[in-house]
Design a binder for this molecule. Structure first.
Ligand code: AMP
Ligand code: MN
Ligand code: MN
Length: 323
């Protein structure tokens, strides 16, 4: 069920210099899809000059072959023939690579966010897909994939599906994961080392977030806040908060979970998860962010209380309208 050649690879064939980039604060799907496409092009199109840009690679994905090629776009001024944006819903989320995207002669936007703003020359967006890695696989020729490429795509899929547990997991997702296993990847090891394992610090922060969480809206919403001071105390970075909001969401009785952490003076990153009734992508988009129905995010300003109040209002409204 390979996609037609003219959409992604039609663009690639016409380009000599290609840049690949994904969203800021990259997650498993973002790193996985970017590295998979980078390796695939290096292997099968050796004459093309390919660069891959991300603001950083979280430690747990560094085991993937190809992550050592990832560089920062800060200060880079190259004019590429083609820029391929992966797993990124809007242009500003490309961070430093946004300038490279804007200068590029041709652009592709391959993504699965429902809030995608269709900002490229060619937009290959399928919101029903579990992950960008799953969608990217559909464009690749199976015989040109190798073990390293398969490992990167598999990592992307397991991250965005919570190891095939979220409702975005389809029969096709499982089929693709099955195909990827045939390249000899150590799938159990990928899951254990990049998804399950937590550093001591990460577990401590998780514990602290659970301990300090509050229930509002009659127990239907759970909220936890992390100050910069707390992050500093544990010598933690925002990457160390990965998975915390997902754990909050598992609290019995809640419809939605919020993790709010300080990123600057009166500036906060909000991570939202829903069990299905609340569409958090709408709330994310309202506050200038985006995402999916059950997982979304945005950046907000004010005090913790302003942020909680503003978000709670939207969640309550949706809950009342659904009754
Ligand atoms: P997170 O809560 O950061 O794990 O993000 C959940 C989902 O929402 C992911 O698919 C993100 O790509 C998306 N997302 C998070 N923050 C933003 C934002 N500020 N703008 C657009 N999408 C976001
Ligand atoms: Mn992502
Ligand atoms: Mn994704």
């Amino acid at each position: 069920m390979m996609k037609t050649m003219n959409d992604l690879f039609g663009r690639i064939k016409e380009a000599e210099t290609i840049a690949i980039g994904g969203h800021i604060r990259p997650d498993g799907d973002c790193v996985g899809s970017c590295v998979a496409l980078y390796l695939y092009l290096k292997k099968n199109y050796p004459d093309k000059k390919v660069s891959v840009y991300l603001d950083h690679v979280p430690q747990e994905f560094m085991f993937l072959t190809g992550t050592d090629a990832v560089i920062s776009a800060k200060g880079v001024e190259t004019c590429f023939d083609l820029f391929i944006s992966l797993d990124c819903g809007d242009l500003s989320r490309l961070g430093d690579a946004q300038a490279l995207f804007e200068q590029a002669k041709d652009t592709v936007n391959l993504d699965h966010h429902i809030t995608n703003e269709m900002f490229a020359g060619t937009n290959l967006v399928e919101a029903q897909r579990s992950s960008t890695s799953e969608l990217l696989y559909e464009y690749l020729e199976p015989e040109k994939i190798d073990k390293d490429i398969a490992a990167a795509l598999y990592t992307g899929i397991i991250f965005d599906t919570g190891i095939f547990r979220h409702s975005n997991t389809s029969r096709r997702t499982m089929e693709i994961a099955g195909h990827l296993m045939e390249y000899g990847i150590e799938h159990w090891k990928i899951i254990d080392e990049s998804f399950d394992q937590k550093t001591y610090i990460q577990n401590q922060i998780l514990g602290r977030c659970l301990l300090e969480s509050i229930l509002v809206l009659n127990g239907t919403l759970i909220v936890s806040c992390v100050t910069q001071k707390t992050l500093d105390f544990y010598e933690a970075t925002p990457d160390d908060l990965d998975g915390v909001v997902d754990q909050l969401r598992t609290t019995k009785g809640v419809e939605a979970a919020l993790l709010i952490y300080e990123t600057g003076v009166q500036e906060y990153k909000v991570s939202m998860r829903s069990n299905g009734v609340v569409d958090v992508s709408k709330i994310g988009a309202f506050f200038g962010g985006g995402g999916h129905k059950k997982a979304a995010g945005c950046t907000m300003h004010g005090s913790f209380y302003d942020v909680i109040n503003n978000l709670t209002e939207h969640i309550e409204e949706q809950l009342l309208n659904k009754e």
